[in-house]
Design a protein around this ligand. Structure first.
Ligand SMILES: Cc1ncc(COP(=O)(O)O)c(C=O)c1O
Length: 431
């Protein structure tokens, strides 16, 4: 038993014994945050960039390998369209799920890209793809549900699942398998409680992507299991070395699979069009699900900014050459990044198929002695690289893969060369 007024939140031994609580205690309770936050971690990727920003503010040169956004400007024709839209009155509320023009443009672009029919009624435009994923979490997952997020996962998948009270199940994938979930591991992870499986292809953080064969094998497993498949295809335009990107929706439609009505696509303009700050992403789902998402979003953000929606229309319907130009730049940087990481003594890095991340194995540094103490885990290694070489990379444990580090190559070739040279020099000095 605790003294009245100091009941710890969630103390089961006190429940029912202290009611009704005196008014003072009730006031104190208002200072406590909701229990659902107890299970959620703040974004580790943002934590690294915050520390990097602090060092930069002290005048240090910092190589920004931490944050995942293109360093290019939004193409000029998109910015011009936004300016025109503002003057034409894109300053008011729009329909919650997006303007008719944008939903039409998304539906047409999805149908062309994925070879599967897509009606505007299936589209719900959110404030970035992360928000669209969160809408899905709110609409779908509840306590008792399990959601499969293969590790290494993008940090927000399991956290969003937990935030809504469901359980994230994170089976490990292996570097030897190209970080791909195998049908056997998927099968073993499924249970009657499985509500959804989330796949990210190409992946943040590993850059790996499912080819047709590996993706179809997973669809076959899910064909027999009544759950949703969420596919995050936000990096679909960014694949390299001739890799053939394929959507689960394409395969399921082409092959007449039942699962085609249980596939929920997440996409957006942030990465392909260098539009992270505009905050436009979307989901493509069966119409009944889109209606549920409409309800969720109508009680939170209402619509994404009208002007950003107009910009996204310009992105999807205007010239597409900028995507290829950026992709070629990323391809060149990827080559440099993978080679540079591989040149650091003991470090291995597989060439990723897509996105703009290299996921490198730093386990060889574990136990080495740095100036500030022994490198006991990947967080210590990331801190060492940040403090000693100015390299801001993200520890793999944030993504469920301890011992690895994620390096974003959405930065200049000069930064990649200089940052990795500094990292190599720092590692060579280790005891
Ligand atoms: C895999 C993945 N999905 C979704 C997002 C979120 O994109 P947006 O900026 O559109 O919210 C990101 C951003 O880093 C991502 O890496």
């Amino acid at each position: 038993m605790h003294a009245l007024g100091s009941v710890p939140f969630g103390c089961t031994s006190c429940q029912g014994l202290t009611a009704p609580l005196p008014p003072r205690t009730r006031v104190r309770m208002t200072h406590r945050f909701s229990q659902r936050l107890d299970v959620v971690q703040p974004s580790a990727t943002l934590a690294v960039s915050a520390r990097a920003a602090a060092l930069r503010a002290q005048g240090r040169t910092i190589y920004p390998f931490g944050v995942g956004e293109p360093d290019f400007d939004t193409p000029i024709h998109i910015r011009d369209a936004a300016k025109k839209a503002l003057d034409a009155g894109a300053t008011r509320y729009t329909a919650v799920t997006g303007t008719p023009e944008l939903k039409k443009a998304i539906a047409a672009s999805s149908a062309a890209r994925r070879g599967a029919p897509c009606a505007p009624e299936q589209v719900v435009v959110g404030v970035g793809a992360k928000h669209s994923l969160f809408n899905l979490a709110l609409a779908l997952y509840e306590p008792g549900d399990e959601v499969i997020c293969p590790a290494p996962y993008w940090v927000s998948y399991p956290e969003q699942v937990r935030l809504v009270g469901a359980t994230a199940v994170c089976p490990e994938t292996r570097e030897e398998d190209g970080w791909l979930l195998t049908p056997e591991t998927l099968q073993a992870s499924l249970s009657p409680q499985t509500k959804a499986v989330i796949l990210c292809t190409p992946s943040n953080p590993t850059g790996s992507a499912y080819g047709e064969k590996s993706l179809r094998a997973l669809l076959e497993v899910l064909e027999a299991h009544d759950c949703w498949l969420v596919v995050d295809e936000i990096y679909a335009d960014l694949v390299y070395d001739g890799f053939k990107q394929v959507s689960a929706l394409t395969l399921a439609h082409r092959d007449g699979m039942k699962i085609r009505d249980r596939i929920l696509v997440i996409d957006g303009v942030s990465k392909s069009y260098a539009m992270t700050g505009w905050r436009i992403g979307w989901s493509i789902t069966p119409p009944a699900m889109a209606k549920a998402l409409d309800v969720v979003q109508s009680q939170s953000t209402t619509n994404p900014a009208a002007v950003a929606q107009a910009a996204a229309v310009a992105a999807l319907t205007g010239p597409q050459e900028s995507i290829e130009a950026m992709r070629l730049r990323f391809a060149a940087r990827r080559t440099r990044m993978v080679a540079g990481l591989g040149a650091i003594p003991g470090i291995r890095c597989r060439a990723p198929e897509g996105a703009f991340y290299a996921f490198a194995d730093f386990r060889a540094l574990l136990g080495k002695k740095a100036k500030n103490g022994p490198l006991t885990d990947d967080l210590a290694i990331a801190t060492f690289l940040l403090e000693e070489a100015g390299c801001a990379a993200v520890p793999g444990s944030a993504f469920g893969a301890p011992g690895y580090l994620r390096f974003s190559y959405a930065t200049s070739e000069e930064n990649i060369d200089a940052g990795l040279a500094a990292a190599k020099a720092a590692v060579e000095k280790l005891g």
